[in-house]
Design a protein around this ligand. Structure first.
Ligand SMILES: [Fe+2]
Ligand SMILES: [Fe+2]
Length: 163
């Protein structure tokens, strides 16, 4: 039975699974902003911390492994320049969220805006960067998946993630 190489789990599908996971967490957060329960504040703080950690690790494996390999393999690298600028801005917002002492309306706004920001960034990765990566010659995305997974595990451990 012929199977297309594209259907094989690769670096892009691993990264996109992260994207979907974090999207789900942002949605959960947004639902909590409508809750008046006292426990909602605590849950929001925990969820925000988890979102920040997931995004930090995700951005780091892209920056260490995926983007540099892609930079070698494709001609137009403006997309990667933009992606790196977007990462830097997301990290600013992540730092603000992590440093915030109160879970107030301003805190909610920061998490919501981070979510919108990530949405935009993910669309560019999914619709442009991943498409170019999969079309690039000499880029072994299936092998890179293992590399990304291993580094991700290492970083999660370093950051003390329970997941
Ligand atoms: Fe990404
Ligand atoms: Fe990214």
């Amino acid at each position: 039975m012929p199977t297309s190489r594209r259907a094989e789990p690769d670096a892009c599908s691993l990264l996109d699974a992260d994207h979907r996971n974090v999207k789900k967490m942002f949605k959960e957060y947004e639902e909590l902003t409508h809750s008046r329960a006292a426990s909602a504040q605590q849950k929001k703080r925990e969820l925000a911390n988890e979102i920040c950690m997931e995004l930090t690790v995700h951005a780091q494996i892209e920056e260490e492994i995926f983007y540099p390999a892609l930079r070698e393999a494709i001609k137009e690298t403006d997309l990667l320049d933009e992606a790196e600028v977007e990462h830097a801005s997301a990290k600013d917002l992540i730092a603000q969220i992590q440093e915030a002492t109160e879970v107030d309306d301003k805190f909610d706004a920061k998490v919501i805006v981070l979510g919108e920001y990530i949405d935009h960034h993910v669309k560019e990765e999914r619709n442009e960067i991943f498409v170019k990566a999969r079309a690039a010659r000499g880029l072994d995305l299936v092998a890179m998946r293992e590399q990304l997974a291993a580094r991700k595990e290492e970083l999660m451990e370093e950051l003390g993630a329970t997941a």
